[in-house]
Design a protein around this ligand. Structure first.
Ligand code: NAD
Ligand code: UDP
Ligand code: UDP
Length: 316
């Protein structure tokens, strides 16, 4: 007899997953955190191990999984270009085979399932900001394709399982998110800049730094996940989850230098291939259906993230 809600978080030992596990436990859920530790680490969830409602499981989502749960958050997938391009075939397999297995699991259990999709499904967008109705401008054969097309295919699978098997699905299209427990070496801009500034090294700005991104603090994003999972069954998404505040990469670099009090200079480097020029979520749908919008502004979130990396670097 199970009174508590049993929740599976795949990729639970990663950056977003570890924060999600924390929040679910705080809500009194029984949490299975599943991870193959490709980019995640036991360290990210070490503080949860003593909680009797928390279970950590080493498993790769590309293989079938037989557990009993009520809800599934499917986050397993390397998220940063350096990591997902390390083994592109494994990345596509994780998105596609992983989605098939988790959807098969959800189908057997009649469980509700949420997919962590991405703004990358919009590719290098020709519509700005991007509403969910925009189909995207994605290169199918480039270096980013294993991630973008893998995530697009996962979305297709989610919607086909819904149409064919009447599954209760939710799809969140996540825009750039940052915060404590980001991987220190994943090459993402926020962690790169903060670590470089704290070490007094030059901040590596790619191109002229005029490309834009919108940065969402992790606590805001996790709140959106929980609200999305609780929406009525007829709401599936896809729904954009992100912070609509738009900054150029150069502006971000200057903010990080200011908040760390660093003497670092800026080092301009070549722009990577297929690097999107602009990205900002249109969160009209999230506001209407989830009653949600981000609360943590970039300065506040950056300061918390800087504190985390400062402590992290002192320990290392
Ligand atoms: P992350 O790399 O910290 O977390 C991903 C986790 O998945 C890691 O713990 C990793 O070990 C695990 N994993 C990878 N392949 C696996 C496999 N085959 N089987 C089991 N576990 C596996 O990244 P994150 O930022 O926490 O991202 C979580 C999810 O959110 C990903 O699906 C990512 O695509 C999506 N997302 C994140 C962002 C962001 O800005 N952080 C933006 C868009 C989408
Ligand atoms: N699956 C799983 N756990 C389950 C049920 C299914 O991992 O509890 C996997 C299994 O590998 C299967 C996939 O999910 O191949 C898709 O399941 P589905 O029932 O849709 O398809 P089928 O079993 O017909 O392949
Ligand atoms: N970027 C940068 N310097 C870095 C890392 C990234 O200028 O050290 C740029 C990168 O070219 C991109 C933006 O910052 O335009 C965001 O990069 P990230 O890899 O964090 O996310 P994504 O490109 O997936 O949005």
């Amino acid at each position: 007899m199970h009174l508590k809600k049993r929740v599976l978080v795949t990729g639970g030992a990663g950056f977003l997953g570890s924060h999600l596990c924390e929040r679910l436990l705080a809500q009194g859920c029984d949490v299975i955190c599943l991870d193959n530790y490709f980019t995640g680490s036991k360290q990210n969830v070490a503080h949860l191990l003593d909680n009797p409602n928390f279970e950590l499981m080493r498993h790769d989502v590309t293989f079938p999984l037989y557990v009993e749960v009520d809800e599934i958050y499917n986050l397993a997938c390397p998220a940063s270009p350096i990591h997902y391009q390390h083994d592109p075939v494994a990345t596509t397999k994780t998105s596609v085979h992983g989605a098939i297995n988790m959807l098969g699991l959800a189908k057997r259990l009649r469980a509700k399932i949420m997919q962590a999709s991405t703004s990358e499904v919009y590719g290098d967008p020709s519509v700005h900001p991007q509403p969910e109705s925009y189909w995207g401008n994605v290169n199918p054969i480039g270096f980013r394709s294993c991630y973008d097309e893998g995530k697009r295919c996962a979305e297709t699978l989610f919607f086909d399982y819904r149409r064919q098997h009447n599954l209760r699905i939710k799809v969140a299209r996540i825009f750039n998110t940052y915060g404590p427990r980001m991987h220190p070496n994943d090459g993402r801009v926020v962690s790169n800049f903060i670590i470089q500034a704290l070490r007094g090294e030059p901040l590596t700005v790619y191109g002229q730094g005029q490309q834009t991104r919108s940065f969402c603090y992790v606590d805001d994003l996790v709140e959106a996940f929980l609200r999305l999972m609780d929406t009525p069954d007829d709401f599936t998404g896809p729904v954009n989850t992100g912070n609509p505040g738009e900054f150029t990469i150069l502006e971000l670099a200057k903010l990080v230098i200011e908040y760390t009090g660093s003497k670092s200079i800026i080092d301009y480097r070549p722009l990577p291939q297929d690097d999107p020029k602009q990205r900002r979520p249109d969160i009209t749908l999230a506001k209407a259906k989830l009653g949600w919008e981000p609360k943590v502004a970039l300065p506040e979130g950056l300061k918390k993230t800087i504190e985390y990396f400062d402590a992290f670097l002192r320990q290392a």
